[in-house]
Design a protein. Structure first.
Length: 136
């Protein structure tokens, strides 16, 4: 019965050659693919509006997630001069818009895409987006 000797440098050369031949970088190599989130995983996407200026909007704002129904911001937030709300979400990319701003109020990057990602080994995904609203 023949005995084959395998030297460690041969294995490294074989792997490196395979990666080059397949045009795959080490950061893209997944032996079994990236892990999938568990079924039914639900997280939270929080939307916060922080208002500055002498003439704040008297009736507040609404957040809209992926062109759905507007949701009034108004939950207590730990930040000064802020209002917030949250949406239950699964991992993915969401378009968030802030609506109902008074004529004198402005914000930037509205609407915006907010990615909600799940990290293997972590609990439910949580993401927050903050709109800075100026009401001079």
């Amino acid at each position: 019965m023949p005995i084959f000797l395998v030297k460690p440098q041969w294995v490294v050369t074989l792997i490196a050659t395979s990666l080059v031949a397949c045009d795959v970088g080490p950061d893209q190599l997944h032996l079994f693919g990236p892990p999938e989130p568990p079924p039914g995983l639900q997280g939270t996407l929080s939307v916060i509006a922080i208002t500055s200026g002498a003439n704040p909007d008297p009736d507040g704002y609404q957040a809209v997630l992926d062109n759905g129904a507007p949701q009034q911001l108004g939950l207590p937030c730990p930040l000064l001069n802020s209002e917030c709300t949250s949406f239950p979400v699964i991992p993915g990319d969401y378009t968030v818009a802030l609506q109902g701003l008074a004529g004198n109020c402005t914000t930037s990057n509205n609407p915006r895409v907010v990615p909600v990602a799940w990290t293997p080994g972590s609990s439910n995904p949580v993401e927050t987006t903050i709109f800075m609203v100026d009401c001079p």
